[in-house]
Design a protein around this ligand. Structure first.
Ligand code: CS2
Length: 405
């Protein structure tokens, strides 16, 4: 049976890639956790199957995983799977920060974990594993990033090749393709209540909606995934999703938390924030390529409806995490493009100011900011730094006059 090696076994991949792959049939997935054994232990105890609790529909039992490897326990096993002949797709969901990139989307060689991997330890990181594993690969493979980064495939490819060059590894350029992809399914963390309700400790909650658009540049075989759009250019779809859905999500996360809400459906239920979310999406929509721009009004309304779903309980604080990694392509790109055209972006700028206010409030309350730059952000705030310095830290210094106007 052909296999997918999937790196990052959080709830999102178990609600998205695994669901699509089970529907396709004929393929199995071997998961890899880059950090803790928790998901492996939980899934293994029940034969790697789990309940996908699709809100408003019948639950679905997913049993497409055949194993989960825990990288820190046995890095060599992961490296050998990356080179395995029956693995035709290596897919990835490690969240934005798992790529260890600089604000301009290049591999951050100065990052302590990347530096460790470059020095020949571990590996510990996604990039270190892929570069070292692909260097031993003898047959073509597709490396499929399913994270919310712009140009996720090409960005990953550049980071892996950069690592390979720095580590003096030879990767045959024809051996791996890195299609870009856009993924979408709102998938919160599992709650105790869901575990009780389903009787499954590893249950995953998700919404009925799912979407996947993939660049049609596979290096070898792929599953016959139903409802997936294979396209030559993912960028318009990705811009629509990141700049509308994810931008509105981030705005609701910061402004909603500041307003005392806990979940997305509560925040978007408040009229002021609902209007703000619409304004963010409408400013963003004007930056989209013409072929997707005309779909934007209907898309925005469909998003509001998805955010309204009261059964999802999507925590605002979960979305608020890692703002330094998310805001650049969710919000800054739109502001920059609009400014270049002479347009103001009041709603998008207000969303960034909500992030600034959120960071200040967290620091004042002595709560750590959940972000790879969290310690630096808190330190700057504690030392009395102005907002401009915070924007500079996350690569938006050039936009600070516009944002803080
Ligand atoms: C969210 C996303 O956590 C976040 O930052 O905006 O995970 C969002 O729920 C997904 O991209 C929806 O597909």
């Amino acid at each position: 049976m052909p296999r997918i090696l999937h790196i990052g076994v959080g709830n999102f991949c178990r609600a998205h890639l695994a669901d699509y792959t089970q529907d396709a049939g004929d393929w199995s997935i071997c998961g890899v956790s880059l950090r803790s054994p928790g998901v492996r232990d939980g899934l293994k105890a029940q034969g790697f199957g789990y309940t996908l609790a699709i809100q408003g529909q019948e639950a679905k039992y997913i049993d497409v995983f055949d194993d989960v490897l825990v990288a820190p326990e046995n890095p060599a096993a992961v490296l050998s799977q990356i080179a395995a002949l029956d693995v035709h797709v290596i897919s990835i969901t490690v969240t934005e920060k798992g790529y260890h990139l600089t604000p301009d989307n290049r591999l951050n060689r100065a990052d302590p974990m990347i530096a460790e991997d470059l020095a020949g330890h571990g590996p510990h990181t996604l990039i270190g594993f892929l570069a070292r594993g692909l260097a031993n690969r003898t047959t073509p493979v597709t490396v499929l990033s399913c994270d919310n980064r712009n140009g996720n495939g090409e960005t990953l490819r550049a980071a892996v090749l950069d690592f390979a060059e720095a580590a003096h590894l030879r990767i045959d350029q024809a051996i791996a393709s890195f299609p870009n992809s856009m993924v979408d399914r709102i998938t919160p963390a599992t709650t105790e209540a869901l575990r009780k309700q389903t009787g499954d400790a590893m249950a995953v909650p998700t919404e009925p909606f799912r979407e996947w658009v993939i660049e049609d540049s596979f290096a070898g075989p792929r599953p016959d995934w139903p409802d997936v759009q294979f396209v030559t250019d993912v960028a318009p779809h990705e811009m629509r999703k990141l700049r509308m859905l994810n931008a509105a999500h981030s705005m609701l996360a910061y402004a909603g938390t500041l307003a005392g809400f806990e979940f997305v459906h509560q925040a978007v239920g408040a009229e002021v924030l609902r209007n703000e979310a619409r304004a963010v999406m409408s400013e963003a929509a004007q930056t989209l390529p013409p072929d997707v721009r005309h779909q934007a009004p209907a898309y925005a309304e469909a998003l509001i409806e998805r955010f309204d779903n009261p059964h999802i309980n999507h925590s605002l604080r979960q979305i608020a995490m890692d703002g330094s990694q998310k805001l650049p392509y969710r919000i800054f790109d739109s502001i920059r493009e609009r400014s270049a055209d002479g347009a103001k972006s009041p709603a998008l700028c207000k969303a960034v100011r909500a992030w600034l206010a959120f960071c200040r409030e967290e620091t004042a309350a002595a709560r750590p900011i959940q972000d790879p730059l969290g310690a630096e952000i808190s330190q700057l705030i504690a030392s009395g730094a102005a907002d401009q310095a915070l924007l500079e830290l996350i690569g938006a210094g050039h936009l600070s006059a516009v944002i803080l106007e």
